[in-house]
Write a protein that binds this ligand. Structure first.
Ligand code: HEC
Length: 98
């Protein structure tokens, strides 16, 4: 029984440590363009700018960030970020738009 509890605690700790934190990635990387609208980067507060983008679906938005789009460099110019981290950041932005 004790062993199971220990395993449970370990899995909870590692789960949080490794789960990509979209807000953190946004605050560190995406924010500098998306907050102020650098090069027309759509701001999370600008619903009208996001409406046509959201309509293309989440997969298309993930792809834009991973491969780059217009003035946005591939992987937001941070090659060390994993797909999971980039997607979590997109999810975070989208959660702020709604
Ligand atoms: C160097 C500035 C810059 C950075 C850093 C940046 N973006 Fe962008 N982003 C842009 C610009 C500019 C556009 C508009 C591109 C266009 O539509 O031509 C854009 C568009 C987008 C879109 C919409 C894509 C689409 O298909 O319409 C998403 C989603 C997005 N950014 C997410 C992110 C995320 C997540 C990050 C951080 C990991 C990030 N961006 C970092 C400049 C930036």
């Amino acid at each position: 029984m004790k062993k199971q509890i220990a395993l449970f605690i370990i899995s909870v700790c590692f789960g949080t440590a490794f789960a990509a934190d979209g807000k953190e990635v946004y605050d560190k990387v995406c924010y500098k363009c998306h907050r102020s609208g650098v090069d027309d980067a759509p701001k999370p507060s600008d619903k009208a700018a996001w409406a046509p983008r959201l309509a293309t679906g989440m997969e298309a938005l993930y792809k834009s960030v991973i491969e780059g789009k217009g003035e946005m460099p591939p992987r937001a110019d941070k090659p060390h970020l994993s797909d999971e981290e980039l997607k979590a950041a997109v999810d975070y932005i989208v959660s702020q738009v709604k």
